[in-house]
Structure formats: structure tokens, C-alpha cells
Design a protein around this ligand. Structure first.
Ligand code: KIV
Ligand code: ZN
Length: 518
């Protein structure tokens, strides 16, 4: 019998801490359902005390997802733990994940607490969390820079207080595999009640070693890995779920554990997270990058044609490539459209939103012969079918570019139902169109990122545009999709402006005093 390796996905919590990657409640439910299909064991759906919106989103995920455990993060204080407990209450299986920093630098400069005070807060937090659920996880933030003696002390005490999972984070992405593996071996040997808990690793990717470090921990006794889809996360990101799962599976000769993940759901999960957050996946990204299974050189192509295993260690279809299902066409009706959305885990908020999405689908089907699942995902991510953020809407657009002439755009847009129009010239048609929008809205934002990807293959594919805007320290991502990339770009720009105007700021759990109530 092989051990089970628990896959703990934190895309919706640590991943959401990436600039501009914040997700709405509907986004989280869609991702949660896809993670359930992927057969993720634990879904960290957010940080309940961050904002009322995050609390509601966790509750919604807890109601919608039945097969995975739903978890909320909580700092080691009473308010956070109670909020987390209430947020996960509807879940069939629920977990509270409480944490406090244990490194000298964090304790002294951030928390201004002694070791004893930190230990006492951790034990109190775990005991309180146990009043809500038996499944309590404790993390020692910045474990990588903590004293091993203190780690042993706090882990022994929190296990005795009722923590069933002990998570050891490399919060700042500082470790290297040999050291990280050694730390796990030491902790498992030295903590007297180590066998009463599952040991977990949580690695950040600042030095590009998050996956390697996580695997080193697994080789030294960790039986839970915390990771994110596409490696999304603060700064350089977290350990990437798809790489860990496929490494353990592909090198089953080296690992004595297995995951319960349905790998054929990896690529759909990657695409969904990328679409929702506006974080594109680099083409050469392992497992989920567009080129991950493409062979360019003649020698490789020849080898693969003769015998695939000459150059391939995994099969593209095993991780969900090629599941690019042709779903609907021009003649498909509203019911077929609705039922395909529901198979994809998408439920629109109202009949009005469904009608708007169906009208867009018909428009798209007129331009594009074949509609794939990815097209549908992009279509419903388009802000204009989610009425709550609808302040700015594109009404019409004319863009003109001609060799030797300066490109020109005329944009008609609605601001809360009232129409405005403007014309501008720019370096290209997209630049001209953005200038025209700015002439109307004077947003005062800075454009941090503009990127275009094709959603499916072919020149009739929809272009999916991500626009990242910043203003007064706030960063948002907007997405837009259309077969015309200038239109997609303006939609993405307006979607970012809508987000900028809308929601309240989320709080990052790792900034400020963790023990304070928010
Ligand atoms: O990186 C980290 O330390 C965290 C903890 C809150 C687990 O994300
Ligand atoms: Zn983290």
C-alpha cells in the first residue's frame, strides 16, 4: 500500500494574493467546482476575515463543493478564527488553517512578541479552531528562517492542542531542496508527537525552487503539499500543483506515495484559472504551457513519430490536452448552451445574465464556425454578462490602420447607460482605442500590463486580452475576448476600469500584525 499525498490547493487564497488576481464569489465557485473535478483533497477558498466579500465567497464554495475539504485561512486571533469557522460551516468537510510567524525577524519586527507569547497565541488559536472543526491546520509562517528548536517546541504544543496538520512554509522562497528535505527529516525525528499529525510543505518560488523543495519535503516524510494551479501566487508564485502531481506520478519509481488527482482535469483547470485571473500561462511552462508537448526540432519529431517515448515522458492527453472539445455551433439552442455551461460548472447569476451570454454566443457563432469549451469560458468571463460590474460598456468601435498612416480609433461607450464617443490616434489601433477611452473617462490609472493570447488555434480564434491597471496602490486585471483583438482589448480595458471603480480593498493576511483583529 502506498501512502496518500494530500493535495492542498491554495489558488484562491495564496494565489489570490498575486497583484490584480482577486476573484469574485462567482469566480471562486467556478474554480472550486473545477478543483473538485480535479479531485483536489483540500481547497483553501480564501481568508474569511479579509473582507465580507471573501467571507461570502468561502461560504459559497463551501455550499457548492461536496467532495473536497473546504478551508479558510485565519491568523491566530479570536476574530479570524470565528470568521473562518462561520465561513466554512456549510461544508461537508471543513478545515480551519491558522498561522503565526515564528522566525526571529518576524516575531521581533512585525509581531513584537516573544517566543512564549507566539507559542501561547498559537495554542489558543488551535484550541478555539477545534471548537468549529476537528480538522485544524497550524502553520509556522517563515519557518524557513525560524530556529529549529523553537519550531519543534511550537509544533509539539500545537499538535497537543489538537492540530491535525502541521504546515512548514518557506514563506520567502529561500530554501534549497537538500536543506528543505533535511528540515523535514529533523522535525519528524525531533517532535515527540510528530506521528499524530500530517506534515505539510508550502513553498514559494522566489529562487525558482518551490516545486523541487516541495518534492524534497515529500521524500522526507511530508504527506501534504500546498500548491496552486499554474504556480499562481505572491511575487514569483507558489509551488505549481500540476508539476508536483505529474512529478510524483511520472517518477512513481522514486516516490512512495500517490495523489488522488484526476490529471485529465489539469489543463482545463489551468485555462480556467488563467482566464479568471488574467494571468497568462507562459508557452514553455511545464505540463500546462502551450509548447509543453510540442516538438520543434526535426530529430525530436522523427523520434516521437517512430516511438513516442523517445522524447516524451508524459502523454499530453493524460493531463487534459486535446480535451479541446468542439461543443456547440451556430444552430445550437439556448437549452444546449445552458446545459453545456452547467457541465462546465458555470451557473450564471440570473436569467438576464444567461440571455446576455446566449446573445454573445450567437454573435460569436456567426463569426467563428466552431465553438470550443474555452470559447464559452471566455465568453462568460466577459464582464458584460455579469451585470454587477457594468458601469462602463463598449457600444461600438471603429479602428483603422493603413501602412504609412497614423492608426485611428473611434469608440462609443456607455457610462452607467449614458453614451459617449471619442476619437483618437495612436501608435497602433489598440493604442488609439485606449487613448479614446481615456479621453472620455480620465481614469488616472497606469497601464502595467497588456497581453494578448489566442484562446483556441486558428486565425478565426478569439483573442483573449489581459489589461492590468494600477491606481493609488491598487492593482486590477481586466479580461476581454473577441475575434477582433482591438475589440477584445477595449473590453479588457473597460473591464479593468469597472473593477477599479468597484470593490473594497481586500486585506492581505500576511501584512501587519497577525494577532490583531482586522
Ligand atoms: O507563505 C506562507 O507562509 C503562507 C502561510 C499563511 C501559510 O502563505
Ligand atoms: Zn504562502
Amino acid at each position: 500500500m502506498q501512502d496518500q499525498l494530500i493535495i492542498f490547493d491554495t489558488t484562491m487564497r495564496d494565489g489570490e494574493q498575486s497583484p490584480g488576481a482577486s476573484m469574485t464569489r462567482e469566480d471562486k465557485v467556478r474554480i472550486g467546482k473545477q478543483l473538485e473535478k480535479l479531485k483536489v483533497d483540500v481547497i483553501e477558498a480564501g481568508f474569511a476575515a479579509a473582507s465580507p466579500g471573501d467571507f461570502e465567497a468561502i461560504r459559497a464554495v463551501a455550499e457548492a463543493v461536496h467532495d473536497s475539504t473546504i478551508c479558510s485561512l485565519a491568523r491566530a486571533n479570536e476574530n479570524d478564527i470565528r470568521r473562518a469557522g462561520e465561513a466554512v460551516a456549510p461544508a461537508k468537510r471543513k478545515r480551519i488553517h491558522t498561522f503565526i510567524a515564528t522566525s526571529p525577524i518576524h516575531m521581533k519586527l512585525k509581531l513584537r512578541m516573544s517566543e512564549d507569547q507566539v507559542l501561547e497565541a498559537a495554542v489558543k488559536a488551535v484550541k478555539l479552531a477545534r471548537e468549529y472543526t476537528d480538522d485544524v491546520e497550524f502553520s509556522a509562517e517563515d519557518a524557513v528562517r525560524s530556529e529549529t528548536d523553537f519550531l519543534c517546541r511550537i509544533f509539539e504544543a500545537t499538535i497537543a492542542a489538537g492540530a491535525r496538520t502541521i504546515n512548514v512554509p518557506d514563506t520567502v522562497g529561500y530554501s534549497i531542496p537538500e536543506r528543505w528535505g533535511h528540515l523535514f527529516r529533523t522535525l519528524l525525528e525531533r517532535v515527540p508527537n510528530a506521528d499524530k499529525a500530517v506534515w505539510s510543505t508550502h513553498c514559494h518560488n522566489d529562487l525558482g525552487m518551490a516545486v523541487a523543495n516541495s518534492l524534497a519535503a515529500v521524500m522526507n516524510g511530508a504527506r501534504q503539499v500546498e500548491c496552486t494551479i499554474n504556480g499562481l501566487g505572491e511575487r514569483a508564485g507558489n509551488a505549481s500543483l500540476e508539476e508536483i502531481v505529474m512529478a510524483v506520478r511520472t517518477r512513481a519509481d522514486l516516490f512512495t506515495c500517490r495523489t488522488g488527482i484526476d490529471a485529465t482535469q489539469i489543463v482545463p483547470a489551468s485555462k480556467l484559472v488563467s482566464t479568471i485571473t488574467g494571468y497568462p500561462v507562459q508557452p514553455n511552462k511545464a505540463v500546462v504551457g502551450a509548447n509543453a508537448f510540442a516538438h520543434e526540432s526535426g530529430i525530436h519529431q522523427d523520434g516521437v513519430l517512430k516511438h513516442r517515448e523517445t522524447y516524451e515522458i508524459m502523454r499530453a492527453e493524460d493531463v487534459g490536452w486535446g480535451a479541446n472539445r468542439l461543443t456547440l455551433g451556430k444552430l445550437s439552442g439556448r437549452n444546449a448552451f445552458k446545459s453545456r455551461l452547467s457541465e462546465l460548472g458555470i451557473t450564471l447569476a440570473s436569467e438576464e445574465a444567461l440571455n446576455a451570454a446566449f446573445a454573445k454566443f450567437k454573435e460569436l457563432a456567426d463569426k467563428k464556425r466552431e465553438i470550443f469549451d474555452e470559447d464559452l469560458q471566455a465568453l462568460v468571463s466577459d464582464e458584460s454578462v455579469t451585470p454587477e460590474h457594468e458601469r462602463f460598456k463598449l457600444v461600438s468601435l471603429v479602428a483603422h490602420s493603413e501602412t504609412g498612416e497614423q492608426p485611428f480609433a473611434r469608440v462609443v461607450m456607455a457610462d452607467a447607460g449614458r453614451e459617449f464617443r471619442a476619437e483618437a490616434r495612436g501608435a497602433g489601433p489598440v493604442d488609439a482605442a485606449f487613448q479614446a477611452v481615456e479621453d472620455m473617462v480620465h481614469s488616472g490609472t497606469d497601464l502595467l500590463l497588456y497581453s494578448v493570447n489566442n484562446i483556441t488555434s486558428g486565425t478565426d480564434s478569439q483573442g483573449e486580452v489581459t489589461v492590468r491597471l494600477a491606481k493609488e496602490g491598487r492593482i486590477v486585471n481586466g479580461m476581454g475576448a473577441d475575434t477582433d483583438i482591438v475589440v477584445a482589448s477595449v473590453k479588457a480595458y473597460l473591464s479593468a476600469l469597472n473593477k477599479m471603480g468597484g470593490k473594497a480593498e481586500r486585506m492581505n493576511p500576511q501584512y501587519g500584525d497577525e494577532t490583531a483583529a482586522p
